[in-house]
Design a protein around this ligand. Structure first.
Ligand SMILES: [Zn+2]
Length: 366
C-alpha cells in the first residue's frame, strides 16, 4: 500500500511547493503523511459535499486545486464551510492536499491543460518566474566523474526542457596541499599534490540546492569538495505563469467565441471585442489572470482566456486583444484531470476518482 507522502511527493515532482506564491497555502492541509492511502478523490475545491463523496467511495485522500485553509483559521467551531470541512475531514481521517499556485506556475500544470483543451500549438510559458535556476561547477578526479555525475543527475541536476542528464566537462589539473590535520583521499600532509580532474558544470532548479549539494558531498571522493554555486538570470522555460500558443488556423471573433464555448464546455462568457481582427495567438491563465494583459499584448496575443476579470480591467484590452472571461471555475475545472492522470498512472493499487460534485458557487441565468 502507498503512503500519503508518496502520493504527495509525486504531485510535488510535477508542481514543487517552492513554486507557490507567497500568499498561498498549498500542501497537506489535514491528515497524517504516513497513513496508508485507501483511495483518492480529485477535485477543484474541497467542500463538505466532496468529503461526503469521498466517504461514500472509500477515499481517504482528497486532492484539490484550491486550498480549503487559505487565509488561516482562528477557531474550529463549525461557523463557516471552511471550518465544517476541516472538522469533518479530521473526524473521518481524511487527508486534504492542495496543489494551487505551484500548479499554476509550472509547465504541464493548470494552464497547459487549458491550452491543450483549446488545441494550442507551440506552447510555452507566458511570463517566466525569475531566479529559479542555478549553476553548479565542481572539480572531480577523472576516474570518479561518472559516479559523481550519476549522483547529481539522480538528485535532479542537468535537466533542460526535454533533455536530461545534461552537463559539460573539461579536463585540467587540480592542485592542493593537505594540512597535517587533513585526511586526504589523494596525497599526503604538507605535500603539494596535482590531480587530473574534470571541471563539471550543471544547471539545476534553485529549490533543489540542498538535495544536490548533499548528493555531491556524498558521491565525491574528496574530504573538501571544491565547488562554485551561481544564481542565474536565465529564463526557466518550465516555471512561470500563463501559457501562450497558436491555434491551427486564424479564427474570426465569432468563430473563436463559439470554439471557446465548445472546447471549455461554457454556457456563456464575457469578452472584449476585437472587431474584424482575427484570433491566432492565444494566451491562457486559469483563475484570475487579468494581470497578464500587458504581457499578452507585448507578445502579440490576440486573445487572453482567463477568469475573474473586473469591469475596469476589461478596458485594458484597448481593442488590441480580446479578453475572454470564461469564469474561474470553468477555466480550472479540468485541473482534476491532471491530478487523476498523474496519480493513476503511478499508483494502480488504489482507486483514483474524479469528483462529480459541481463545486462552482456561481450559477447562471439567461
Ligand atoms: Zn483558482
Amino acid at each position: 500500500m502507498a503512503k500519503m507522502h508518496e502520493v504527495t511527493a509525486l504531485l510535488e515532482q510535477l508542481a514543487p511547493l517552492r513554486y507557490q506564491e507567497s500568499y498561498d497555502n498549498a500542501g497537506l492541509q489535514t491528515g497524517d503523511a504516513n497513513a496508508e492511502v485507501k483511495g483518492v478523490l480529485v477535485t477543484l475545491d474541497c467542500t463538505e459535499a466532496v468529503l461526503d463523496e469521498a466517504l461514500e467511495n472509500g477515499c481517504n485522500l482528497v486532492v484539490a486545486h484550491h486550498p480549503v485553509i487559505f487565509k488561516g483559521l482562528k477557531q474550529l467551531t463549525g461557523n463557516s464551510y471552511v471550518e465544517r470541512t476541516i472538522i469533518k475531514a479530521i473526524q473521518h481521517n481524511i487527508a486534504i492536499y492542495a496543489s494551487h499556485t505551484n500548479l499554476d506556475n509550472v509547465l504541464h500544470g493548470v494552464n497547459t491543460k487549458i491550452a491543450d483543451k483549446l488545441g494550442l500549438q507551440q506552447q510555452r510559458i507566458l511570463v517566466t518566474k525569475p531566479s529559479t535556476l542555478m549553476q553548479l561547477v565542481t572539480f572531480v578526479p577523472v576516474e570518479n566523474t561518472e559516479e559523481v555525475l550519476a549522483a547529481l543527475h539522480k538528485a535532479g541536476a542537468g535537466n533542460i526542457g526535454e533533455y536530461s542528464c545534461c552537463s559539460f566537462s573539461i579536463t585540467g589539473t587540480g592542485r592542493f596541499t593537505p594540512s597535517a590535520q587533513a585526511d586526504p583521499t589523494i596525497g599526503r600532509a604538507n605535500q603539494p599534490e596535482q590531480v587530473q580532474e574534470n571541471r563539471l558544470e550543471l544547471l539545476f532548479p534553485a529549490y533543489l540546492q540542498g538535495k544536490i549539494m548533499a548528493a555531491l558531498k556524498q558521491a565525491h571522493p574528496y574530504e573538501e569538495v571544491a565547488h562554485y554555486l551561481y544564481n542565474l538570470e536565465n529564463q526557466n522555460q518550465e516555471v512561470g505563469i500563463g501559457v501562450i500558443g497558436e491555434l491551427d488556423e486564424e479564427f474570426t471573433e465569432g468563430k473563436f467565441l463559439a470554439y471557446l464555448k465548445d472546447k471549455m464546455g461554457l454556457q456563456g462568457l464575457r469578452y472584449t471585442s476585437i472587431g474584424s481582427k482575427k484570433v491566432k495567438r492565444v494566451a491562457v491563465c486559469g483563475g484570475a489572470g487579468s494581470f497578464l494583459v500587458k504581457d499578452a499584448i507585448r507578445q502579440g496575443v490576440d486573445a487572453l482566456v482567463t477568469g475573474d476579470v473586473k469591469y475596469h480591467e476589461f478596458f485594458d484590452a484597448e481593442g488590441r486583444l480580446m479578453i475572454a472571461d470564461i469564469g474561474h471555475y470553468e477555466s480550472e475545472v479540468y485541473t482534476k484531470e491532471i491530478f487523476y492522470d498523474t496519480i493513476s498512472k503511478t499508483f494502480p493499487n488504489f482507486a483514483v476518482l474524479i469528483s462529480e460534485v459541481n463545486t462552482n458557487p456561481v450559477r447562471y441565468t439567461f
